[in-house]
Design a protein around this ligand. Structure first.
Ligand code: ZN
Ligand code: ZN
Length: 619
């Protein structure tokens, strides 16, 4: 025993040298005890070892940790509960959960701390099934779960989306009296929210006497997942009013809400908050900020955010790529891809979807084919979505035979989006024969989505097969599916003004229609001729209305012209595709008024300036 203690002292000395001039923790070495059985001194020793273990855990240094573990085994102190607890933590934080398991198995006495360490090690390292299995074993060995163990169990249930198991854990929480514990309660709220049980989450949340950032952010995230954006924003505001320290997770959730609802003004305010709390430098919040600006049509803002973040993860690169592609900054997309390769960031399947999207919307067939090949060189198997992009690219460019060949060569069953892309290609290039052939193939598949039904019916109608066209329409009606109403909206301060085609409900209706009337005359002088063929021909995803002059986006633009100062670009969002005539008309409006107009339809962004659109009439 004397030998061991001396050995340990010596080792501690060497270790402090080994950690270099600035050891993570100052190790004070007690004098060698005269009486080595002095338990106080022995306790001091292993406490020093614990300090060292903690410090190695913080620095995440696996080799140093392994060396320290070896010393511990040699000193024969690995069975001391506190030491095994620290060892398990070390391996857990170093993402070596199976090493943690080994230490656990070797521990002769398993205290609730030991159990808690091993269960949390599995929960943290995405091994939720093992975590739950050990939770069960712990209950069998008559150890009472505590406020550290419950959150690991609920986290694992959330990860697996196993709400029923989660509910059992919740029962146990109630039985053991941890219901009102802020950590345990919050973890239960978070679990229900992540499992999509928003009502159960809210009930628990409302009943909690004390809440913390986990419960607040769990609730807010839950509402965003259920697309209950208003409630998510309301809770966020409440959290701020109650001085809850919001974290990057919460900020990123609400920024995503602002992005999908195109609430630019609110999003900018939250950006300000991110800046104040320094969360704007996290790549997690950064990608949400980037997609907020991009989705709201401010691609310059997206570039700024991207440039300001020093450590960019793959999600960030992909978000920037899709922003460039949607805003028709095609060359910039390719440039970014090169940059990505040069900094050693490996692209994934989403990266290639962005690139193919850019190629397809710029009509760059050869480039698209190159990237499709490159994808295989990177060892990424093209998925159905990549094939759909390729078919879209070939179809739009009029290479319909090649598009058909692509469909035939697909290693998987063609999906609806693949057929949709092919039918769109046929429509653009007026190939009615191929369209009706494709429609027949799709009909054989059985039930399809509403969007595809409209495409089918149009394809048959164009080929003069009226009976089939009527049948496709009837199937649509029978299913009770109605076409989405075309809506356009524009943000003014913190208000959103929404318009439908021919809408007369807005307070400024008289002024809006007068503005359109005036503009109409000016535009005609500049050479605009309304193309009414769009009224007769119903194209999928476009607004169906006889009064083409008052399509929703034109009303929204007229409102913008009246309400915004001349230097401010008019940003209009639309849920359907912009029709051909409106596209031409907006080009004329931008020329006659000298304004920048940005329209986002369901497909992409159009930036109209001086009579031209960035999409190059290719959308
Ligand atoms: Zn239109
Ligand atoms: Zn355009």
């Amino acid at each position: 025993m004397e030998f061991l203690t001396c050995f340990l002292h010596q080792r501690l000395l060497t270790l402090s040298c080994f950690f270099g001039s600035a050891p993570p923790v100052a190790v004070s070495l007690p004098k060698l005890p005269r009486n080595f059985l002095n338990t106080y001194v022995f306790e001091q020793d292993y406490r020093n070892i614990c300090e060292l273990l903690l410090s190695v855990t913080r620095s995440r240094s696996v080799p140093k940790g392994l060396q320290l573990h070896a010393h511990i085994i040699k000193a024969g102190i690995q069975t001391i509960p506190l030491i095994s607890h620290h060892l398990i933590n070390l391996y857990s934080k170093s993402q070596l959960p199976l090493f943690a398991l080994q230490v656990f198995e070797e521990a002769p006495q398993k205290s609730s701390t030991t159990w808690s360490s091993v269960i949390s090690s599995f929960a943290q390292n995405e091994l939720p099934l093992l975590a739950l299995e050990f939770f069960r074993r712990m209950l069998h060995s008559d150890v009472r779960p505590d406020d550290h163990i419950f959150p690991s169990a609920t986290k694992s249930c959330a990860f697996l989306s196993m709400c029923d198991v989660g509910q059992s854990v919740h029962c146990l929480v109630v039985k053991t009296g941890y219901e009102f514990d802020v950590f345990v309660g919050s973890s239960v709220v978070d679990m229900y929210a992540k499992c999509g049980e928003i009502k159960l989450a809210r009930k628990m949340f409302d009943e909690m006497p004390e809440k913390n950032v986990v419960s607040w952010s769990g609730m807010i995230y839950g509402y965003t997942q259920m697309c209950e954006d208003d409630e998510a924003l309301r809770l966020f505001k409440q959290a701020l009013l109650q001085d809850v320290d919001v974290n990057d997770f919460t900020l990123s959730s609400v920024l995503r809400v602002c992005g999908t609802s195109t609430l630019l003004e609110l999003g900018k305010q939250i950006h300000g908050l991110c800046f104040k709390t320094s969360f704007d430098s996290s790549s997690f919040v950064g990608s949400s900020l980037l997609s907020l600006y991009s989705k709201c049509g401010v691609v310059e803002g997206a570039y700024l955010v991207f440039d300001e973040i020093t450590i960019k993860n793959l999600g960030m690169w992909n978000a920037m790529l899709i922003a460039c592609a949607q805003h028709a900054h095609t060359n910039k997309t390719f440039e970014l891809f090169k940059q990505m390769e040069s900094v050693g960031m490996k692209p994934n399947f989403i990266t290639f979807l962005c690139i193919l999207y850019a190629c397809s919307h710029a009509g760059l067939v050869e480039k698209g084919q190159c990237y499709f090949q490159l994808m295989k060189d990177y060892g990424i198997k093209p998925g159905a979505q990549h094939y759909a992009s390729m078919v879209d690219l070939l179809g739009r460019a009029g290479k319909l035979q090649e598009a058909v060949q692509m469909v035939q060569e697909m290693p998987m069953e063609p999906t609806e989006s693949v057929w949709g892309a092919l039918l769109t290609g046929c429509r653009i290039h007026g190939n009615t024969e191929l369209a009706s052939y494709v429609a027949d193939r799709v009909f054989e598949l059985g039930p399809v989505s509403a969007g595809l039904h409209v495409l089918l019916s149009n394809a048959y109608a164009a080929a003069g097969r009226w009976e089939e066209a009527a049948r496709a329409r009837k199937m649509l009606r029978d299913k009770g599916i109605r076409k989405e109403t075309g809506l356009s909206w524009v943000e003014e301060g913190n208000r959103v003004h929404t318009f439908a085609a021919g809408d007369k409900s807005h307070v400024k209706t008289i002024e809006i229609y007068k503005k359109l009337e005036e503009l109409g005359e000016e535009m005609e002088k500049a050479g605009y001729v309304a193309d009414t063929s769009f009224v007769l021909k119903e194209v999928d995803g476009e607004e169906k209305n006889q009064t083409i002059r008052f399509h929703s986006e034109r009303l929204a633009i007229a409102f913008g012209l009246i309400a915004f100062p001349p230097e401010r670009p008019i940003r209009v969002m639309k849920n359907l595709r912009v029709c051909g005539d409106c596209h031409t008309a907006i080009k004329f409006i931008s020329k006659c008024t000298g304004r920048v107009i940005i329209v986002r339809d369901n497909n992409r962004f159009h930036r109209f300036e001086d009579g031209k659109c960035t999409c190059g009439d290719y959308w």
